[in-house]
Design a protein around this ligand. Structure first.
Ligand SMILES: *Cc1c(COP(=O)(O)O)cnc(C)c1O
Length: 426
């Protein structure tokens, strides 16, 4: 038990005091919190699925609609935030958030599209080395994308896809399982694509060690950071990750279908011999509008862009990234560890008799903010009951409830309220 955990208490006064002393407490007021039909604020634990709306997002989107209304095509250069370089307004914050150099990141497309585009460049099967390693219970979209890349190269997924299985009773896949599978696969593995935080279990893998071991084994190492970006402190450049992709509608609060982000390590940024799917937005900016016949890719991550990006989605993302800049990811993570540990403490001390179990690791270093509860039978009814009492969390068939108390807008009282409901028999 850490020092802070030894001070945790179950009485309501404790979370109230924690909220009062929370240096990030005012950030909650920067978001619209959904209401119950009675008009009370919900306890919103689905920030890992769809983050809440920053109050500034609407103004930012309206600004672009108005500039379009007033300026038409001139908005590309004369909007208050000109549309031509609009994605660049997001580069600094994005780089900071994932621990990258600005030239290593760009916002574009959506997540699965980006995974496919990146794999076109980074999955290069050759001779005996032609397999892709992913984790069991990878988000289905990632598995579909990886299978499609194998087929694209004429490889049967039944042969080319290596799926790491978890060994413990809850089948949570650990970094050790991944490293072991990599070793077993030896030089047959061309590429590793792992969720930095597994969407189902909430397990955060040791990305630095996996990248190092993968490289030692001769593999390219990529991460899906859908559940890690905006949740963990990331150091993608220093960890020497080859490539990564994430969506922005979960912890990044950019709204449904928000524009996604990618990371390409600097060491690949000038590898113009890598095959890539091309489009005009990846072409050299200086000559783009001369529309030359010959494609000249922009150095760095921007060279993976294909199309001109959706301004309205980027406007919404800007609103949220400004809040991340202000709060600071390390401060958020600091609060997040306490918030999730307190949630775990309450669950362990109040619901231990209910037959439920937390499958997310207890070590804060091996998880983000999410806790996944294995409910046993009756879980679905419990999820319904929580919903009726204003707690919005996620149900995964057949028996898991996922809850993500996010440090930007969730409170210690939020987790206490949910634990109170779980205390009652169901
Ligand atoms: C949310 C999520 C996706 C969704 O992909 P989209 O292309 O944005 O629809 C894919 N993979 C993982 C791991 C996710 O968590």
């Amino acid at each position: 038990m850490t020092e802070i955990e030894s001070t945790f208490r179950t009485e309501r006064s404790f979370p109230e005091a924690m909220d009062r002393d929370d240096p990030l407490r005012h950030f909650r007021n920067r978001f619209h919190i959904p209401k119950t039909p009675m008009g009370d604020e919900t306890v919103y634990f689905c920030g890992n699925s769809l983050g809440l709306q920053p109050k500034t997002a609407l103004d930012y989107v309206i600004e672009e609609m108005e500039d379009w209304k007033k300026l038409g095509v001139e908005g590309h250069f004369h909007a208050r935030h000109p549309w031509m370089p609009y994605h660049e307004f997001l580069t600094g914050s994005t780089a900071k958030l994932v621990g990258a150099k600005p030239s290593e990141v760009v916002v574009m497309n959506s997540l699965t599209v980006n995974l496919n585009l990146l794999m076109v460049s980074f999955f290069r099967p050759e001779g005996k080395r032609y397999k892709i390693l992913i984790e069991d219970k990878a988000f289905p979209s990632d598995k579909y994308a990886v299978e499609s890349q194998l087929k694209f190269h004429g490889i049967d997924p039944a042969d080319g896809l290596v799926v790491v299985k978890g060994k413990n009773e809850d089948r949570v896949i650990t970094s050790a399982d991944i490293l072991e599978a990599m070793e077993r696969g030896g030089e047959s593995i061309a590429m590793i694509l792992i969720g930095g935080v597994n969407y189902f279990s909430g397990y955060a893998c040791d990305m630095k060690s996996i990248a190092a071991a993968g490289h030692k084994n001769g593999c390219v190492v990529g991460f899906d950071l859908a559940h890690a970006t905006g949740n963990l402190v990331l150091q993608l450049h220093d960890w020497d990750v080859d490539f990564a992709a994430w969506c922005s509608y979960k912890y990044l609060n950019a709204g449904p279908g928000g524009i996604a982000g990618v990371f390409v390590h600097e060491k690949h940024g000038n590898s113009f011999d890598l095959p890539r799917f091309q489009g005009w937005w990846g072409h050299d900016k200086a000559s783009r509008f001369r529309m030359p016949d010959t494609y000249i890719p922009i150095p760095g991550a921007e060279g993976w862009q294909v199309s001109n990006p959706p301004i309205l989605q980027m406007a919404a993302l800007r609103a949220s990234m400004e809040i991340f800049d202000e709060a600071g990811m390390e401060n958020l993570r600091n609060k997040s560890e306490k918030l999730t540990s307190y949630f775990e403490f309450l669950l362990n001390s109040t619901v231990s008799n209910s037959g439920m179990r937390i499958i997310t690791p207890s070590d804060p270093g091996s998880r983000g903010c999410q806790l996944s509860l294995l409910t046993g039978p009756g879980g679905k009814a419990l999820h319904g009951k929580l919903g009726k009492q204003g707690v919005i969390c996620d149900w995964r068939e057949p028996d898991v409830i996922r809850c993500a108390p996010v440090p930007l807008y969730n409170t210690f009282l939020d987790v206490w309220k949910m634990a109170e409901i779980l205390k009652e028999p169901f």
